[in-house]
Ligand binder design. Structure first.
Ligand SMILES: Cc1cc2nc3c(=O)[nH]c(=O)nc-3n(C[C@H](O)[C@H](O)[C@H](O)COP(=O)(O)O)c2cc1C
Length: 412
């Protein structure tokens, strides 16, 4: 069946990347129609867009024919809409239902999956108005692919660079292909760090921000799963269409997860849960008397071990291994011991992957079965087990989530 994409282009410098985005879709047999704002045409030529899409460029609300309802016809025609780049101006219009040109009227009319790729100067991106507009749009179910950090066309450097065309393409493809691949499935995802209280003001925590778990939860929801995200404290925006459960300590997380485990078909443990917690919590603030302080710590409950004990037939249990040494043997040991169906291994010593970064480089490890590995996987022998592995290059955390969810869809 023909798959059809509307590519919206707005007046940001990153519009120069749109011809390449069109090519990526066309090379994958997706029909593309381009709708541009008048300001977009300051940055990219009509002839290029028309030649690459093989379609006329759509810009005018009021065409030569009085009976033309272009915004309605185009909305009916397409399966998915991508707006890349999305300017701060268009994000504001979309969030507030303003429909004063063809693209914004189309946005309001279109009731199928939409992906926005914001791109702008850092100051515009972090402004309270833009933050609010993007949050409103996410809450309405619009998908937003986060901009990257890096050099910007205006000469500044920072957050606001449009996600790479390949990432936009991958995410949109997921919206076409797997919109319903996980419908009827319940997924439980954990994310972020836990906080272990020492006294009323102090706690022990770790560097996990939750970015990886939030991206996974959002991607699973995009594929139709009923997703619950159990998260430690995090400053991230709640993903669209995800049930949020906020917890603080490892014990809270244990209780929240175990209460929902049995009814879940897919459990992904991406949180960095504390292994140790203070043996006692001081009720009043500990004074800085003496030369130091010795804290006695006790072990927290091992959530993954409990999940592996209660794991039921057909339930997928997926863990993360954040190791600094002997990554591979530690990850395989965890895979075997905790009876996991998949472990995602990352090297926390790398500066561009692991905690707090927008990117990650991971290795997926699954138990090896007899015979040769599936395409794209390699077989590896270890003292613990024979496993199949697949390593990714450095990807955005959303792209890693896409890869993981594709594997899950193949497993379930
Ligand atoms: C050289 C140049 C680059 C610009 N780049 C961006 C940008 O990356 N993101 C953005 O939100 N606005 C950018 N602007 C400002 C927009 O073009 C302006 O807000 C315009 O009204 C957006 O129109 P539109 O949203 O209808 O396409 C840029 C303006 C200029 C002159």
């Amino acid at each position: 069946m023909e798959r059809r994409l509307l590519l919206g282009i707005t007046g940001g410098i990153a519009a120069y990347k749109c011809p390449y985005i069109i090519r990526l879709f066309k090379q994958n047999n997706i029909e593309v129609k381009v709708v541009a704002t008048s300001h977009a045409m300051e940055f990219v030529a009509r002839v290029t867009l028309e030649a690459l899409s093989g379609q006329p460029l759509y810009m005018d609300m009021f065409g030569p024919r009085g009976d033309s309802y272009e915004h309605i016809e185009l909305a009916k025609w397409a399966d998915v809409m991508v707006i890349a780049p999305t300017t701060a101006n268009c994000a504001a219009k979309f969030a507030n239902g303003i429909a004063d040109d063809l693209l914004s009227a189309l946005f309001l009319t279109f009731k199928k999956p939409v992906l926005l790729a914001p791109a702008m100067n850092t100051a515009m991106y972090i402004d309270a108005a833009t933050t609010r507009n993007l949050r409103i749009l996410r809450e309405r179910g619009v998908k937003v692919i986060e901009p990257d950090s890096g050099p910007l066309a205006c000469g500044d450097a920072g957050l606001g660079r449009m996600a790479e065309p390949e990432q936009i393409f991958e995410r949109a493809m997921l919206m076409f292909a797997d919109r319903d691949a996980l419908s009827g499935k319940k997924a439980l995802v954990t994310a972020s760090a836990t906080r272990e209280r020492i006294d009323p003001v102090r706690f022990i925590s770790n560097r996990s921000t939750g970015k990886m778990g939030y991206a996974i939860a959002e991607t699973l929801a995009m594929c139709g799963a009923d997703v619950t995200l159990v998260t430690g404290p995090s400053s991230l925006v709640s993903p669209a269409d995800v049930n949020m459960v906020r917890v603080e300590s490892a014990q809270d997380m244990y209780e929240a997860v175990m209460a929902r485990a049995e009814s879940s078909d897919i459990i992904i443990k991406a949180a960095a849960v504390a292994d140790f917690t203070p043996a006692t919590v001081s009720e009043s603030k500990i004074k800085k008397t003496g030369n130091g302080l010795t804290l006695e710590l006790k072990r927290t409950k091992d959530i993954l071990a409990s999940l592996s004990e209660t794991k039921r037939e057909g339930q997928l249990l997926i863990g993360f291994a954040a190791e600094s040494d002997d990554h591979f043997s530690n990850a395989v040991g965890k895979l075997v011991k905790k009876k996991l169906d998949l472990i995602v291994m990352n090297d926390i010593r790398a500066t561009d992957a692991g905690f707090g970064t927008d990117t990650n480089r991971v290795m997926f490890v699954v138990p090896g079965v007899k015979g040769s590995p599936p395409e794209g996987w390699q077989s590896k022998e270890t003292t613990d087990a024979n496993v199949f592995v697949r390593a990714t290059p450095l990807l955005s955390k959303y792209a890693v989530a896409d890869e993981l969810v594709k594997i899950i869809i193949g497993m379930i």
